[in-house]
Design a protein around this ligand. Structure first.
Ligand code: GDD
Ligand code: MN
Length: 366
Protein backbone atom coordinates (compact mmCIF):
# COMPACT_ATOMS: atom_id res chain seq x y z
CA UNK A 1 0.00 0.00 0.00
CA UNK A 2 1.25 3.48 -0.83
CA UNK A 3 2.48 5.51 2.10
CA UNK A 4 0.00 8.03 3.52
CA UNK A 5 0.54 11.42 1.89
CA UNK A 6 1.07 14.37 4.19
CA UNK A 7 -0.86 17.54 3.48
CA UNK A 8 -0.90 21.12 4.78
CA UNK A 9 -4.07 23.04 3.95
CA UNK A 10 -3.53 26.79 4.02
CA UNK A 11 -6.55 28.98 4.69
CA UNK A 12 -5.91 32.72 4.41
CA UNK A 13 -8.56 34.55 6.41
CA UNK A 14 -9.60 38.12 6.97
CA UNK A 15 -12.87 38.78 8.79
CA UNK A 16 -14.20 35.28 8.22
CA UNK A 17 -15.60 34.54 11.68
CA UNK A 18 -18.88 33.28 10.27
CA UNK A 19 -17.31 31.05 7.60
CA UNK A 20 -14.15 29.57 9.05
CA UNK A 21 -15.83 26.94 11.24
CA UNK A 22 -17.92 25.57 8.39
CA UNK A 23 -14.85 25.22 6.15
CA UNK A 24 -12.62 23.63 8.74
CA UNK A 25 -15.34 21.22 9.78
CA UNK A 26 -15.88 20.22 6.18
CA UNK A 27 -12.21 19.25 5.71
CA UNK A 28 -11.54 17.64 9.05
CA UNK A 29 -12.32 14.17 7.74
CA UNK A 30 -9.33 14.44 5.42
CA UNK A 31 -7.27 13.63 8.52
CA UNK A 32 -8.44 10.03 8.09
CA UNK A 33 -6.77 9.90 4.73
CA UNK A 34 -3.75 12.18 5.02
CA UNK A 35 -1.26 13.17 7.64
CA UNK A 36 -2.97 16.54 7.93
CA UNK A 37 -2.42 20.03 9.22
CA UNK A 38 -4.70 23.00 8.64
CA UNK A 39 -3.02 26.39 8.88
CA UNK A 40 -5.22 29.48 9.12
CA UNK A 41 -3.32 32.70 8.39
CA UNK A 42 -5.34 35.50 9.94
CA UNK A 43 -4.37 39.15 9.57
CA UNK A 44 -5.54 40.02 13.06
CA UNK A 45 -9.15 40.30 11.84
CA UNK A 46 -11.16 42.72 13.95
CA UNK A 47 -14.21 40.41 13.83
CA UNK A 48 -12.58 37.79 16.07
CA UNK A 49 -11.75 35.14 13.44
CA UNK A 50 -8.69 34.12 15.49
CA UNK A 51 -10.73 33.31 18.58
CA UNK A 52 -12.94 30.95 16.58
CA UNK A 53 -9.84 29.23 15.14
CA UNK A 54 -8.20 28.91 18.56
CA UNK A 55 -11.32 27.22 19.85
CA UNK A 56 -11.07 24.67 17.01
CA UNK A 57 -7.31 24.28 17.58
CA UNK A 58 -8.07 23.22 21.17
CA UNK A 59 -10.36 20.50 19.82
CA UNK A 60 -8.19 19.31 16.92
CA UNK A 61 -4.43 19.19 17.35
CA UNK A 62 -3.80 19.51 13.62
CA UNK A 63 -5.48 22.91 13.36
CA UNK A 64 -2.92 25.73 13.60
CA UNK A 65 -3.28 29.48 13.69
CA UNK A 66 -0.78 31.97 12.32
CA UNK A 67 -1.97 35.32 13.59
CA UNK A 68 -0.24 38.28 12.05
CA UNK A 69 0.28 41.75 13.43
CA UNK A 70 -1.76 43.69 10.88
CA UNK A 71 -3.27 43.44 7.45
CA UNK A 72 -0.55 42.58 4.97
CA UNK A 73 -2.73 41.21 2.21
CA UNK A 74 -3.77 37.92 0.70
CA UNK A 75 -0.58 37.11 -1.25
CA UNK A 76 1.63 37.59 1.74
CA UNK A 77 -0.77 35.51 3.90
CA UNK A 78 -0.51 32.66 1.39
CA UNK A 79 3.28 32.90 1.31
CA UNK A 80 3.46 32.93 5.08
CA UNK A 81 1.18 29.88 5.27
CA UNK A 82 3.30 27.98 2.73
CA UNK A 83 6.54 28.88 4.51
CA UNK A 84 5.04 27.50 7.73
CA UNK A 85 3.78 24.28 6.18
CA UNK A 86 5.40 21.13 7.59
CA UNK A 87 4.10 18.58 5.11
CA UNK A 88 4.96 17.22 1.70
CA UNK A 89 2.08 18.81 -0.18
CA UNK A 90 0.25 22.07 0.45
CA UNK A 91 -3.15 23.16 -0.75
CA UNK A 92 -4.27 26.79 -0.65
CA UNK A 93 -7.96 27.70 -0.75
CA UNK A 94 -10.36 30.46 0.28
CA UNK A 95 -12.21 29.94 3.54
CA UNK A 96 -15.49 31.58 2.59
CA UNK A 97 -17.11 28.54 0.97
CA UNK A 98 -16.40 29.58 -2.64
CA UNK A 99 -13.96 26.73 -3.26
CA UNK A 100 -15.24 23.14 -3.21
CA UNK A 101 -13.50 20.88 -0.70
CA UNK A 102 -14.41 17.91 -2.91
CA UNK A 103 -11.56 18.73 -5.34
CA UNK A 104 -8.81 18.51 -2.73
CA UNK A 105 -8.24 14.76 -3.07
CA UNK A 106 -8.17 14.92 -6.86
CA UNK A 107 -5.61 17.74 -6.75
CA UNK A 108 -3.31 15.87 -4.42
CA UNK A 109 -3.53 12.67 -6.42
CA UNK A 110 -2.56 14.64 -9.54
CA UNK A 111 0.56 15.81 -7.71
CA UNK A 112 1.34 12.30 -6.52
CA UNK A 113 0.44 10.16 -9.49
CA UNK A 114 1.09 12.42 -12.43
CA UNK A 115 4.30 13.85 -11.01
CA UNK A 116 3.03 17.43 -11.32
CA UNK A 117 4.57 20.19 -9.19
CA UNK A 118 1.49 22.40 -9.13
CA UNK A 119 -2.22 21.75 -9.67
CA UNK A 120 -4.55 24.70 -10.15
CA UNK A 121 -8.29 24.62 -9.53
CA UNK A 122 -9.61 26.43 -12.60
CA UNK A 123 -12.93 28.22 -13.02
CA UNK A 124 -12.55 28.18 -16.79
CA UNK A 125 -11.90 24.56 -17.71
CA UNK A 126 -14.32 22.18 -19.33
CA UNK A 127 -16.44 20.92 -16.44
CA UNK A 128 -16.00 24.09 -14.35
CA UNK A 129 -19.07 25.96 -13.13
CA UNK A 130 -19.19 29.57 -11.93
CA UNK A 131 -22.06 30.32 -9.58
CA UNK A 132 -20.33 32.84 -7.37
CA UNK A 133 -19.14 35.67 -9.65
CA UNK A 134 -21.03 38.68 -10.95
CA UNK A 135 -20.79 39.19 -14.72
CA UNK A 136 -18.37 42.09 -14.14
CA UNK A 137 -16.09 40.01 -11.95
CA UNK A 138 -16.16 37.16 -14.42
CA UNK A 139 -15.20 39.49 -17.29
CA UNK A 140 -12.45 41.06 -15.17
CA UNK A 141 -11.05 37.60 -14.38
CA UNK A 142 -11.21 36.61 -18.05
CA UNK A 143 -9.36 39.79 -19.03
CA UNK A 144 -6.76 39.35 -16.28
CA UNK A 145 -6.25 35.75 -17.42
CA UNK A 146 -5.76 36.95 -20.98
CA UNK A 147 -3.03 39.40 -19.85
CA UNK A 148 -1.43 36.74 -17.66
CA UNK A 149 -1.38 34.25 -20.50
CA UNK A 150 0.58 36.71 -22.64
CA UNK A 151 3.02 37.74 -19.95
CA UNK A 152 4.04 34.32 -18.59
CA UNK A 153 6.35 31.60 -19.89
CA UNK A 154 5.18 29.79 -23.04
CA UNK A 155 5.20 26.59 -21.01
CA UNK A 156 2.15 27.92 -19.13
CA UNK A 157 0.07 28.83 -22.21
CA UNK A 158 -2.13 25.77 -21.76
CA UNK A 159 -3.48 27.01 -18.41
CA UNK A 160 -6.92 28.62 -18.14
CA UNK A 161 -6.97 30.28 -14.70
CA UNK A 162 -3.86 32.14 -13.53
CA UNK A 163 -5.96 34.12 -11.04
CA UNK A 164 -7.25 31.19 -9.04
CA UNK A 165 -7.03 31.19 -5.27
CA UNK A 166 -7.21 27.37 -5.21
CA UNK A 167 -4.04 25.41 -5.93
CA UNK A 168 -1.94 22.55 -4.62
CA UNK A 169 1.86 22.33 -4.69
CA UNK A 170 4.60 19.84 -4.13
CA UNK A 171 6.50 21.80 -1.52
CA UNK A 172 9.88 20.19 -2.14
CA UNK A 173 9.82 21.25 -5.77
CA UNK A 174 8.23 24.64 -5.30
CA UNK A 175 9.74 25.93 -2.06
CA UNK A 176 12.75 27.75 -3.54
CA UNK A 177 10.39 29.59 -5.89
CA UNK A 178 7.78 30.25 -3.19
CA UNK A 179 10.47 31.91 -1.09
CA UNK A 180 11.28 34.33 -3.89
CA UNK A 181 7.68 35.37 -4.69
CA UNK A 182 6.94 39.10 -4.33
CA UNK A 183 3.88 39.43 -2.19
CA UNK A 184 2.02 42.32 -3.74
CA UNK A 185 -1.76 42.22 -3.80
CA UNK A 186 -4.00 39.20 -4.34
CA UNK A 187 -2.40 37.16 -7.09
CA UNK A 188 -0.01 34.77 -5.43
CA UNK A 189 -0.45 32.10 -8.08
CA UNK A 190 0.33 34.50 -10.92
CA UNK A 191 3.48 35.70 -9.15
CA UNK A 192 4.54 32.12 -8.44
CA UNK A 193 4.17 31.20 -12.10
CA UNK A 194 6.03 34.37 -13.12
CA UNK A 195 8.94 33.65 -10.76
CA UNK A 196 9.17 29.98 -11.75
CA UNK A 197 9.58 31.00 -15.38
CA UNK A 198 8.39 27.69 -16.81
CA UNK A 199 10.30 25.49 -14.36
CA UNK A 200 7.22 23.93 -12.72
CA UNK A 201 5.13 21.14 -14.19
CA UNK A 202 1.60 22.51 -13.92
CA UNK A 203 -1.83 20.95 -14.47
CA UNK A 204 -5.41 21.99 -13.77
CA UNK A 205 -8.62 20.53 -12.36
CA UNK A 206 -12.10 22.01 -12.94
CA UNK A 207 -13.72 23.89 -10.07
CA UNK A 208 -17.27 24.66 -9.12
CA UNK A 209 -16.96 28.21 -7.86
CA UNK A 210 -19.79 28.91 -5.41
CA UNK A 211 -21.24 32.01 -3.79
CA UNK A 212 -19.69 33.24 -0.57
CA UNK A 213 -21.35 31.83 2.56
CA UNK A 214 -21.28 35.05 4.64
CA UNK A 215 -19.66 38.48 4.43
CA UNK A 216 -18.27 40.16 1.35
CA UNK A 217 -15.25 39.98 -0.96
CA UNK A 218 -12.03 41.75 -0.02
CA UNK A 219 -11.05 42.29 -3.63
CA UNK A 220 -11.34 46.05 -4.09
CA UNK A 221 -10.07 48.63 -6.55
CA UNK A 222 -6.65 48.70 -4.86
CA UNK A 223 -6.28 44.95 -5.42
CA UNK A 224 -7.23 45.28 -9.11
CA UNK A 225 -4.76 48.17 -9.41
CA UNK A 226 -1.99 45.99 -7.93
CA UNK A 227 -2.61 43.38 -10.55
CA UNK A 228 -2.38 45.90 -13.38
CA UNK A 229 0.92 47.13 -11.89
CA UNK A 230 2.30 43.59 -11.63
CA UNK A 231 1.46 43.03 -15.27
CA UNK A 232 3.10 46.28 -16.45
CA UNK A 233 6.09 45.67 -14.17
CA UNK A 234 6.66 42.28 -15.75
CA UNK A 235 6.35 43.57 -19.31
CA UNK A 236 8.82 46.35 -18.45
CA UNK A 237 11.20 43.43 -17.74
CA UNK A 238 11.04 44.42 -14.07
CA UNK A 239 13.05 47.56 -14.83
CA UNK A 240 10.41 50.07 -13.71
CA UNK A 241 9.32 49.72 -10.07
CA UNK A 242 5.61 49.07 -9.49
CA UNK A 243 5.21 52.28 -7.55
CA UNK A 244 6.76 54.38 -10.32
CA UNK A 245 4.35 52.77 -12.80
CA UNK A 246 1.44 53.61 -10.53
CA UNK A 247 2.69 57.20 -10.23
CA UNK A 248 2.99 57.48 -14.01
CA UNK A 249 -0.52 56.11 -14.63
CA UNK A 250 -1.98 58.52 -12.10
CA UNK A 251 -0.03 61.32 -13.82
CA UNK A 252 -1.63 60.29 -17.09
CA UNK A 253 -5.08 60.56 -15.53
CA UNK A 254 -4.11 64.13 -14.56
CA UNK A 255 -3.71 64.99 -18.25
CA UNK A 256 -7.39 64.15 -18.76
CA UNK A 257 -8.43 66.10 -15.67
CA UNK A 258 -6.58 69.12 -17.02
CA UNK A 259 -8.07 68.87 -20.53
CA UNK A 260 -11.55 68.34 -19.13
CA UNK A 261 -11.22 71.25 -16.66
CA UNK A 262 -10.10 73.64 -19.41
CA UNK A 263 -13.02 72.49 -21.52
CA UNK A 264 -15.56 73.16 -18.73
CA UNK A 265 -13.96 76.46 -17.70
CA UNK A 266 -13.78 77.89 -21.20
CA UNK A 267 -16.95 76.45 -22.74
CA UNK A 268 -19.39 76.42 -19.86
CA UNK A 269 -18.08 79.00 -17.42
CA UNK A 270 -16.82 81.32 -20.18
CA UNK A 271 -13.32 81.82 -18.70
CA UNK A 272 -10.56 82.84 -21.06
CA UNK A 273 -8.05 80.13 -21.97
CA UNK A 274 -5.24 81.98 -20.14
CA UNK A 275 -7.13 82.22 -16.88
CA UNK A 276 -8.45 78.64 -17.16
CA UNK A 277 -5.01 77.15 -17.54
CA UNK A 278 -3.58 77.74 -14.02
CA UNK A 279 -6.86 76.59 -12.43
CA UNK A 280 -6.89 73.44 -14.55
CA UNK A 281 -3.23 72.68 -13.76
CA UNK A 282 -3.88 73.00 -10.03
CA UNK A 283 -7.01 70.82 -10.30
CA UNK A 284 -5.06 68.16 -12.20
CA UNK A 285 -2.21 68.22 -9.68
CA UNK A 286 -4.70 67.99 -6.80
CA UNK A 287 -6.45 65.06 -8.41
CA UNK A 288 -3.07 63.36 -8.97
CA UNK A 289 -2.20 63.93 -5.35
CA UNK A 290 -5.47 62.50 -4.01
CA UNK A 291 -5.38 59.42 -6.25
CA UNK A 292 -1.73 58.77 -5.43
CA UNK A 293 -2.61 59.02 -1.77
CA UNK A 294 -5.31 56.36 -2.22
CA UNK A 295 -3.46 54.01 -4.57
CA UNK A 296 0.27 54.58 -5.05
CA UNK A 297 1.14 55.52 -1.47
CA UNK A 298 -1.76 53.86 0.33
CA UNK A 299 0.57 52.11 2.78
CA UNK A 300 1.68 55.60 3.91
CA UNK A 301 -1.71 57.25 3.37
CA UNK A 302 -2.11 60.79 4.72
CA UNK A 303 -5.29 61.85 6.51
CA UNK A 304 -6.79 64.93 8.19
CA UNK A 305 -4.47 67.90 8.56
CA UNK A 306 -1.56 65.93 7.12
CA UNK A 307 -3.55 65.49 3.93
CA UNK A 308 -3.77 69.29 3.51
CA UNK A 309 -0.09 69.82 4.38
CA UNK A 310 0.82 67.04 1.95
CA UNK A 311 -1.11 68.76 -0.83
CA UNK A 312 0.86 71.98 -0.34
CA UNK A 313 4.13 70.05 -0.48
CA UNK A 314 2.99 68.12 -3.54
CA UNK A 315 2.09 71.32 -5.40
CA UNK A 316 5.47 72.82 -4.50
CA UNK A 317 7.37 69.68 -5.46
CA UNK A 318 5.61 69.45 -8.81
CA UNK A 319 5.97 73.13 -9.69
CA UNK A 320 9.77 72.93 -9.66
CA UNK A 321 10.17 70.49 -12.56
CA UNK A 322 7.66 72.53 -14.49
CA UNK A 323 10.37 75.19 -14.76
CA UNK A 324 13.21 72.65 -15.02
CA UNK A 325 11.31 70.76 -17.69
CA UNK A 326 11.20 73.85 -19.92
CA UNK A 327 14.82 74.73 -19.04
CA UNK A 328 16.18 71.28 -19.83
CA UNK A 329 14.21 70.92 -23.05
CA UNK A 330 15.30 74.31 -24.36
CA UNK A 331 18.95 73.81 -23.29
CA UNK A 332 19.04 70.49 -25.16
CA UNK A 333 17.36 72.05 -28.16
CA UNK A 334 19.72 75.03 -28.29
CA UNK A 335 23.04 73.40 -27.42
CA UNK A 336 22.91 69.74 -28.35
CA UNK A 337 20.45 68.95 -31.06
CA UNK A 338 17.45 70.57 -32.59
CA UNK A 339 15.38 67.39 -32.38
CA UNK A 340 12.19 68.70 -30.78
CA UNK A 341 10.85 65.30 -29.84
CA UNK A 342 13.96 64.19 -27.94
CA UNK A 343 14.20 67.60 -26.28
CA UNK A 344 10.63 67.35 -24.98
CA UNK A 345 10.96 63.72 -23.96
CA UNK A 346 14.08 64.55 -21.94
CA UNK A 347 12.18 67.30 -20.16
CA UNK A 348 9.24 64.98 -19.45
CA UNK A 349 11.46 62.13 -18.18
CA UNK A 350 13.29 64.56 -15.93
CA UNK A 351 10.05 66.07 -14.58
CA UNK A 352 8.55 62.63 -13.98
CA UNK A 353 11.63 61.30 -12.17
CA UNK A 354 11.88 64.38 -10.01
CA UNK A 355 8.17 64.35 -9.18
CA UNK A 356 8.24 60.68 -8.29
CA UNK A 357 11.40 60.73 -6.20
CA UNK A 358 10.68 64.03 -4.46
CA UNK A 359 7.03 63.18 -3.72
CA UNK A 360 8.01 59.80 -2.28
CA UNK A 361 10.57 61.46 -0.06
CA UNK A 362 9.04 64.77 0.96
CA UNK A 363 5.27 64.24 0.71
CA UNK A 364 4.77 60.61 1.80
CA UNK A 365 8.14 60.23 3.58
CA UNK A 366 8.91 56.80 2.14
N1 GDD B 1 -4.93 36.81 5.83
C1 GDD B 1 -5.59 37.49 4.87
N2 GDD B 1 -5.28 38.80 4.64
N3 GDD B 1 -6.56 36.87 4.16
C2 GDD B 1 -7.21 37.58 3.23
C3 GDD B 1 -6.93 38.94 2.94
C4 GDD B 1 -5.90 39.56 3.69
O1 GDD B 1 -5.59 40.75 3.53
N4 GDD B 1 -7.76 39.35 1.95
C5 GDD B 1 -8.53 38.29 1.64
N5 GDD B 1 -8.22 37.22 2.41
C6 GDD B 1 -8.83 35.88 2.42
C7 GDD B 1 -10.33 35.89 2.57
O2 GDD B 1 -10.70 35.84 3.93
C8 GDD B 1 -10.74 34.65 1.81
O3 GDD B 1 -10.60 33.48 2.56
C9 GDD B 1 -9.71 34.58 0.68
O4 GDD B 1 -8.59 35.33 1.14
C10 GDD B 1 -10.24 35.17 -0.63
O5 GDD B 1 -10.69 36.50 -0.40
P1 GDD B 1 -12.07 37.04 -0.99
O6 GDD B 1 -12.24 38.43 -0.53
O7 GDD B 1 -13.16 36.07 -0.71
O8 GDD B 1 -11.70 37.05 -2.51
P2 GDD B 1 -12.65 36.87 -3.76
O9 GDD B 1 -13.64 35.80 -3.55
O10 GDD B 1 -13.16 38.20 -4.16
O11 GDD B 1 -11.58 36.40 -4.84
C11 GDD B 1 -11.41 35.04 -5.15
O12 GDD B 1 -11.40 34.89 -6.52
C12 GDD B 1 -10.31 35.55 -7.16
C13 GDD B 1 -10.43 35.38 -8.64
O13 GDD B 1 -11.49 36.12 -9.14
C14 GDD B 1 -10.11 34.52 -4.56
O14 GDD B 1 -10.04 33.12 -4.72
C15 GDD B 1 -8.90 35.13 -5.20
O15 GDD B 1 -7.73 34.47 -4.73
C16 GDD B 1 -9.02 34.95 -6.68
O16 GDD B 1 -7.94 35.59 -7.30
MN1 MN C 1 -14.24 34.79 -1.86
Amino acid sequence: MAETASLSIILPAFNERDNICTIIESIIDLSLQYKLEIIVVDDDSPDGTSEVVLELARQYSFVRLVRRVGRSGLSSAIKEGLLNACHEYALVMDCDGQHPTSVIKQSISHLRDKGLDLVVGSRFLQGSVINGLTNDRESASTFANFLANKSLSKRYRHLTDYMSGFFAVDLKQAMPIIRSVDVNGFKFLYELLAKSNGALLVGEVPLIFEKRLHGSSKLDIAVAWDFLLSFLHSISLKLIPRRAISFALVGLSGVFVQLFSVFILTNILAYSFQSSLPIAVILAATSNYLINNILTFRFARLNGLKLIKGLTKFLLVSSLPFVANIGLASAYYEHISSNELIAQLLGIIFAFTWNYVASSKFVWNT
